[in-house]
Design a protein. Structure first.
Length: 402
């Protein structure tokens, strides 16, 4: 792809210059037009290989985005211009995709684009929340402060996400391993005992007969069982992709004992943290609620926030519709009411987020402690029951011989 040196004018008539890669002059004109610039001159740079932008739209882990944001904030706060900060980061970031994106953003800013505009070109890395906060930071002249808030927000939400993920993955992985062990016993171990018991010439104990019958059924139907499980998972995923399906499943998830409470608290922490960060950075309450609804992670909570936004636009306070939704805990509603009354809603929202993040942390620790012995008991009963059922005939044979 050729590299062009271009010159143009923005809507205020100011001259803008830059260097961009584009397939043709027409494509270049369209690219700069997106930034509000009218192209007046373009010339190919001879002998300069164009930088490849292949792979720059891959998804980057949020933890890497957090590191990038904190480092950029520190550099700008130290007095380094934005372009030089991006140039320094483009050579030292560990993630290759993020290095390429940083270099590409530097080029666009040198060409006259605003930082927030360049972020919009990479939605897989920088979401709507990120872009809106950067816009507020640029307009308010406090980009370094906003970036530091963003870094803090990303780190907090990532820590919360890891905690919830740990709480859900641990029992799931143990159950998967247990199912795998049971299948190995039924498919390969039990048939060996069955052939050995065939010559006993005596009726087998009932538990042994049940286990042998179960083994025969699983061996005869294993492919049908696997197909049924795969089809069920596929159908559930498709159903969850529909509005009605996601709403029903998300409502059921919130009603699951312990897990539902954990997910509700995690969602409340994420929502209040996001809303508090947006309000602190100067984003309006209505625009903030639109963004926050997309980060809720649960359709029921998302819809309650959208309803709250509509009610607020008609003159209600934020606590009223949230209370009517019945999704948010009473303590959250009361603290929001206090925040509205004192004019410190953003501060109160961050305090709510701190409380629920710590509460989720404690719940995950307690849940893990309680699940470990419970899972061990279940595994002991299932696996121990299978083994005892298969050894009963041997014990009986030993008694007869004795």
């Amino acid at each position: 792809m050729p590299v062009f040196e271009w010159e143009g004018r923005n809507q205020q008539g100011d001259v803008k210059k830059g260097i961009l890669s584009a397939p043709s002059t027409e494509q270049l004109r369209a690219l700069v037009r997106k930034d509000g610039i009218f192209l007046t001159h373009a010339a190919k740079r001879a002998g300069v290989p164009a930088k490849s932008h292949h792979g720059l739209h891959r998804r980057v882990k949020r933890a890497q985005i957090g590191i990038f944001t904190r480092q950029l904030s520190t550099m700008i706060n130290s007095g380094l211009p934005l372009v030089q900060s991006l140039e320094a980061l483009s050579s030292q970031l560990e993630n290759a995709t993020l290095r390429g994106i940083t270099a590409a953003m530097k080029e666009k800013i040198e060409g006259g684009a605003r930082f927030a505009e360049t972020l919009q070109d990479y939605p897989n890395c920088f979401d709507e929340l990120y872009v809106n906060l950067v816009v507020a930071g640029e307009e308010g002249g406090m980009l370094d402060t906003v970036l530091m808030r963003l870094a803090h927000y990303i780190e907090k939400t990532e820590k919360l996400r890891r905690k919830v993920k740990t709480a859900l993955i641990y029992p799931s992985s143990i159950i998967v391993v247990a199912v795998g062990v049971v299948l190995v016993l039924l498919l390969f171990v039990i048939p060996v005992f069955q052939r050995m018991f065939a010559g006993f010439g005596k009726a087998l104990p009932l538990p042994t007969q049940i286990v042998i019958g179960l083994s025969a059924f699983v061996r005869a139907s294993i492919f049908y069982i696997a197909a049924a499980v795969a089809a069920g998972a596929f159908a559930l995923k498709k159903y969850y992709g529909t509005d009605n399906g996601r709403r029903r499943i998300d409502r059921l998830v919130l009603k699951i004992p312990v897990i539902g409470i954990l997910l509700q608290k995690a969602s409340v922490a994420r929502v209040t943290r996001t809303l508090g960060t947006l309000l602190t950075s100067g984003v309006s309450i209505l625009e903030s609620l639109t963004i926050v609804a997309k980060t809720a992670g649960n359709r029921i909570i998302e819809e309650s926030l959208i309803t709250a936004r509509a009610d607020i636009s008609s003159g209600k306070s934020i606590s009223e519709p949230l209370k009517e939704s019945g999704v948010f805990p009473p303590m959250t509603i009361q603290m929001i009411q206090v925040g509205e009354a004192t004019g410190a809603l953003d501060t109160m929202l961050n305090k709510i987020a701190d409380f629920y993040e710590e509460d989720v942390d404690n719940m995950v620790t307690n849940l893990t402690s309680l699940l470990e012995p419970a899972i061990m008991v279940v595994l002991g009963v299932v696996l121990g029951g299978l083994i005892i059922a298969m050894y009963l005939p041997i014990f009986q044979l030993g008694t007869v011989v004795g």
